[in-house]
Ligand binder design. Structure first.
Ligand code: FMN
Length: 184
C-alpha cells in the first residue's frame, strides 16, 4: 500500500509521528510533506524527528513533485494533524501546496482521504468545512482519544488515534484495545 501523510500546523504532531511509525512497521510505502507551521510545531512538540526514516519527504511548496499528479500511484492520504486552515482549503478545492494538492487529487481520483482535525473549540467556518468534506466522502477523524480502553499513558492515547486512522485506511492493527462489552 502507498500512503501520503501531510502534517500541518496544528498541535498534535506526536499523533503524526506515531502513525508514520505504525504505517512503516506495517510495510506501507510512505510519502510525506509538512507545512511550515507544521514543521515548527513538530519541533516544539517532538524535538528532532528524522522524517526521512519513514519515507520520501517532499518540500510542501514543490508543486511539480510527482506525488502531486493524479498519475502517481497512491492508495490514500492522511492529513494529521489537520489545521483549520488546511481543512478549509481542502474543502474549497485549493491546491496551493503539496498537501492540499494531494488532497484534491484524492478527491478527484476517488481515493481515500482521512483528515485528523485538532482544534477546540471549533469555529463555524471550520465546522462547515468539515461537513463539506464528510459529504464528499472524506473521513473526518478528530484527534479525540477515547477512555473506554483505559489509557495509562500519553502513548496509549497516541496509539488509539493512530489505530483509528489505520482502521480508516483498512489496515489491520492492534494498536489499541477494542471495546468488547461492558463486562469484559
Ligand atoms: C504553537 C501553535 C499551535 C497551533 N495549534 C493549532 C491547532 O491545534 N489547530 C489549528 O487549527 N491551528 C493551530 N495553530 C495555527 C496554525 O498553525 C495556523 O492557522 C497556520 O496558518 C496553519 O497553516 P498550515 O495549515 O499551512 O499548516 C497553531 C499555531 C501555533 C504556532
Amino acid at each position: 500500500m502507498r500512503v501520503f501523510v501531510g502534517i500541518t500546523g496544528a498541535s498534535g504532531t506526536p499523533y503524526a509521528v506515531r502513525l508514520l511509525s505504525a504505517l512503516r512497521d506495517a510495510g506501507v510505502s510512505l510519502f510525506i510533506a509538512v507545512s511550515r507551521n507544521g514543521m515548527e510545531i513538530m519541533r516544539h512538540e517532538c524535538g528532532d524527528v528524522n522524517l526521512k526514516s519513514f519515507g520520501r519527504v517532499y518540500d510542501n511548496d514543490d508543486l511539480s513533485a510527482p506525488v502531486c499528479s493524479g498519475s502517481f500511484h497512491l492508495d490514500a492520504a492522511v492529513v494529521i494533524p489537520a489545521s483549520c486552515n488546511t481543512i478549509s482549503r481542502i474543502a474549497y478545492g485549493l491546491a496551493d501546496t503539496v498537501i492540499t494538492r494531494v488532497a484534491l487529487v484524492c478527491l478527484k481520483e476517488g481515493r481515500k482521504l482521512v483528515v485528523v482535525p485538532r482544534e477546540t473549540p471549533v469555529a463555524a467556518p471550520t465546522l462547515r468545512a468539515m461537513t463539506a468534506l464528510a459529504e464528499m466522502g472524506v473521513v473526518v477523524l478528530p484527534a479525540s482519544p477515547a477512555f473506554y480502553h483505559r489509557p495509562r499513558s500519553v502513548d496509549d492515547m497516541l496509539d488509539f488515534i493512530a489505530g483509528r486512522v489505520m482502521d480508516a485506511l483498512g489496515i489491520s492493527n492492534d494498536l489499541y484495545t477494542r471495546w468488547s462489552g461492558a463486562h469484559s
